[in-house]
Write a protein that binds this ligand. Structure first.
Ligand SMILES: NC(=O)c1ccc[n+]([C@@H]2O[C@H](COP(=O)([O-])OP(=O)(O)OC[C@H]3O[C@@H](n4cnc5c(N)ncnc54)[C@H](O)[C@@H]3O)[C@@H](O)[C@H]2O)c1
Ligand SMILES: O=P(O)(O)OC[C@H](O)CO
Length: 403
């Protein structure tokens, strides 16, 4: 049954198989050649780095699809407990994991182990990715035969304002970044382990790599839609976290449905303007990773970013919220990078600005909302006239040739 779904997908004409913006918004950097070693038809060996909520749920999903999955945790207690009970000591604690998943760690696996893998999947929060990739790169000797590289984090690095593509290029080289694939979209871990119908965007500059990732993950309860705008997909995932904080703040202050709908819709307009000025396709923000994930996280207390905002709106301090959340809320650190990016691009993004001011400039949530509501009237939808500076710089760093 599952294999049949894959076959049907592969037979469809290309326009129906994948969402690609190439004709409308030609990305001059698309690569068509496969870059990672050939993937086995079944029983791939997958190393998932990061045994938090999302790494664990994806390990379970791939284990259920008969892949051989190794889940790396940097905590010895999590590794031992998992291998004894097939449960995660800290995250999704009620769930019994697939027998095809075993835990490894706390040290990062050695070069021999890494090179036996068909797939490396990174589910590490953005701020810790650079350090881990730097160590791991020492094991990736043969750059012509890399494992398939998949990234699921949704954030912007503090200090550098780097997207994950740039972190990969800095640590593992331009070819690894061009081959990297990104999964993003409305996907709460706790629903994926219960096999609730879910869909995600999968993007890479290298079409064949996005197809491989889609093939690996696609199941009747977990649909993948491929695309070729990884910059837009990355920005979507990072930015929606900031707007989820704003929506949570509004609810925490006691505002109701009209206000949340306003934040979601104006948030989408801001995200699209920021992305377009950055050099992404505006259409990407209408996909699962954009508006899909924005809807999800702005309207559910299951979202950690929404929860941070809600508790701020209720009057709790950021320090207390972070120290008791028990899990990462990427929007808190990402708000810093977003503020610098919008300043540099000269994009009007008042909601993102106010979130930054509440988090880092001691502005109260009530005055942030009041200031937003007192802004003069403006045109509703206007994309920035110039596009692409940061994306062009990033692609120059990748040494990507025009095709
Ligand atoms: N939870 C979700 O539903 C979900 C869905 C999609 C994407 N994501 C994204 O996936 C990423 C991970 O999120 P999560 O929900 O698994 O977070 P989490 O808070 O549940 O887990 C974080 C994991 O990172 C590990 N970690 C912390 N510091 C580390 C370090 N210095 N080096 C290596 N590992 C370290 C922790 O041990 C833990 O295993 C985030 O970018 C998040 O935005 C999460
Ligand atoms: O809990 P959040 O806010 O980090 O959201 C998790 C995922 O990004 C939802 O797609």
């Amino acid at each position: 049954m599952l294999t049949r779904v894959h076959r049907i997908n592969r037979r469809l004409p290309r326009p129906f198989r994948s969402f690609t913006n190439a004709s409308l918004f030609p990305h001059p950097f698309r690569c068509t050649m496969p870059a990672s070693k050939p993937q086995p038809a079944a029983h791939s060996k997958v190393l998932i780095l990061g045994a938090g909520n999302f790494g664990s749920c994806l390990a379970d999903h791939l284990g259920d699809s008969e892949h051989q999955v190794f889940l790396w945790s940097r905590e010895a207690s999590v590794v031992d407990y998992f291998n004894l009970y097939h449960k995660n000591l800290k995250y999704l604690t009620e769930h019994s994991f697939s027998e095809n998943v075993s835990a490894v760690g706390p040290d990062l696996p050695d070069a021999k182990f890494i090179n036996e893998m068909d797939v490396l999947l990174f589910a590490i929060p953005t701020q810790f990715l650079r350090a881990n990739l730097t160590i791991l790169n020492r094991s990736l000797k043969d750059k012509a035969k890399l494992p398939l590289l998949i990234f699921v984090n949704k954030g912007i690095e503090i200090g550098t304002d780097a997207l994950t593509l740039e972190i990969i290029a800095d640590t593992c080289g331009a070819d690894a970044a061009k081959a990297a694939t990104f999964i993003s979209g409305p996907s709460f871990a706790k629903e994926i382990v219960r096999r609730r119908p879910t869909s995600v965007s999968v993007a890479s500059f290298t079409e064949a790599e996005a197809d491989k990732t889609s093939d690996l993950f696609h199941q009747p309860h977990f649909r993948c839609y491929t695309g070729s705008d990884p910059i837009g997909i990355e920005l979507s995932g990072a930015l929606k976290n900031v707007y989820a904080i704003a929506a949570g703040m509004s609810d925490g202050l006691g505002f109701e449905n009209n206000t949340r709908a306003m934040i979601i819709t104006r948030g989408l307009a801001e995200m699209t303007c920021i992305g377009t000025a950055y050099g992404a396709s505006p259409l990407t923000f209408l996909g699962l990773a954009g508006v899909g994930d924005l809807f999800l996280t702005c309207s559910s207390s299951s979202s950690r970013n929404y929860t941070v905002g809600y508790r701020l709106g209720q009057g709790e301090s950021l320090d207390k919220i972070i120290s008791t959340l028990g899990s990462v809320a990427e929007g808190v650190s990402t708000a810093k990078g977003v503020k610098r990016i919008i300043d540099k691009l000269g994009v009007n993004a008042p909601i993102a600005e106010k979130v930054y001011e509440v988090l880092y400039c001691d502005k109260t949530t009530a005055s942030a909302v009041q200031e937003l509501m007192e802004l003069p009237s403006s045109r509703e939808l206007e994309l920035p006239p110039t596009a692409g500076g940061p994306a062009r710089q990033l692609m120059e760093k990748l040494g990507a040739v025009q095709t």
